[in-house]
Design a protein around this ligand. Structure first.
Ligand code: KG4
Ligand code: ZN
Length: 340
């Protein structure tokens, strides 16, 4: 029996279906809508979700060859995220659930990212360490079991993706900055600019990225030529990647864990992948990166958690609550058997 997942927490409208084996999904990115503003405009995001959800849902059901009433539950991203955008997805999901007489599952977006690796690697074993790096979060989490998350470290200021995006803006790159910066960095030379590795000289597993962005602003020439911009992009990317990577190694050691997964949009970064692959080969730990479309926002990860937590579904009429902030550490294990 399949669970439908609805994701609208930010600037992707996404719908997916997961039944424990088969995945069907559709996604619409709002990049073109927000590009003119240099970042996500929450009100525009919410209104655009309204117009997209219905067609995406029908496309998913058509491909799956199912009618709504044949599903087991409807899952939606309840938070964290932009409150207006979340409300659109929640109301849409509740409407579907009420119409099809299905129960509703509220999914935590961060748990979605965290457990996404299992969609491609069902045999991945626990416990493991997870680096969750997205536009809004930078977390090092010890995953003991589904729903049992111990927070080992987090950013004290900007998230990793936010640092990529803000630095990209400084370099005159369009939104969303992360992938653009990564592309520019490919043409950059290593070692031309030297940037700090924030907080690596201190013990602990927390991160800080706002100083790195400021360091870029400080060394950026007033009218940088294309090569200087590329060199600086390269220096930023190397500093961010090494900072993230070294903290992962420190966390693996501190917890005596031999398994690492990377989740969230910044997990799509090739240099981060290469850095960690090198470290894993050298030190002999197990490493898993989801494929890039499963790192960035998507509904597959929401349908997946909805399916794992389908026993917690509630009647649609009880309303579809959202939470702009919803820490991972407030979650508990699913009430029924895990990953049955
Ligand atoms: O997980 P995600 O899609 O959305 C959030 O929940 O935030 O992450 C988006 C973030 C953005 O900051 C984006 O610039 C960054 O992930 N990102 C990347 C890359 N692809 C996406 N950052 C660096 N390199 C990439 N290739
Ligand atoms: Zn996300």
């Amino acid at each position: 029996m399949a669970v439908l997942g609805i994701e609208t927490s930010c600037d992707e409208t996404a719908v997916a279906l997961w039944d424990g084996r088969r995945l069907v999904q559709r996604l619409h990115s709002q990049i073109a809508l927000h590009a003119a503003y240099g970042g996500v405009v929450p009100e525009l995001a919410a209104r655009d979700h309204v117009g997209r959800l219905n067609a995406l849902t029908h496309a998913v059901l058509d491909e799956a060859g199912l009618s709504g009433a044949e599903l087991q539950a409807v899952a939606y991203t309840a938070g964290p995220g932009l409150v207006g955008a979340l409300l659109v997805g929640a109301a849409f999901a509740a409407g579907l659930a009420a119409g099809w007489r299905l129960p509703l599952v509220a999914v935590n977006h961060l748990e979605g990212h965290l457990l996404a690796p299992w969609l491609e690697r069902p045999a991945l074993e626990l416990p493991l360490l997870a680096l969750l790096v997205s536009g809004g979060h930078t977390l090092l989490v010890q995953v003991e079991a589904v729903g049992v998350y111990r927070l080992l470290g987090q950013t004290l200021d900007d998230a990793a993706g936010e640092a990529f995006d803000k630095t990209a803006k400084l370099l005159g790159l369009p939104y969303p900055g992360g992938p653009h910066l990564a592309r520019l960095a490919e043409r950059g030379r290593s070692g031309v600019f030297r940037l700090p590795r924030p907080m690596l000289d201190r013990p602990g597993l927390d991160f800080s990225f706002s100083g790195l962005k400021t360091a870029v602003a400080t060394v950026l020439p007033p009218q940088p030529d294309p090569q200087a911009r590329a060199d600086l992009a390269r220096a930023f990317e190397e500093a961010a990647v090494e900072t993230l990577g070294r903290k992962c190694l420190r966390a693996l050691k501190a917890t005596a864990t031999r398994r690492l997964v990377v989740a969230g949009g910044v997990g799509a970064n090739q240099r981060l992948r290469q850095w960690l692959e090198g470290a894993a080969a050298e030190r002999g730990f197990e490493l898993h990166f989801p494929t890039p479309p499963l790192c960035t926002d998507n509904a597959a990860m929401i349908a997946h958690v909805g399916w794992l937590r389908r026993a917690e579904a509630m009647p649609a009429a009880r309303g579809a609550a959202v939470r702009a902030r919803w820490p991972l550490t407030e979650l508990a294990p699913p009430t029924a058997a895990i990953r049955a």
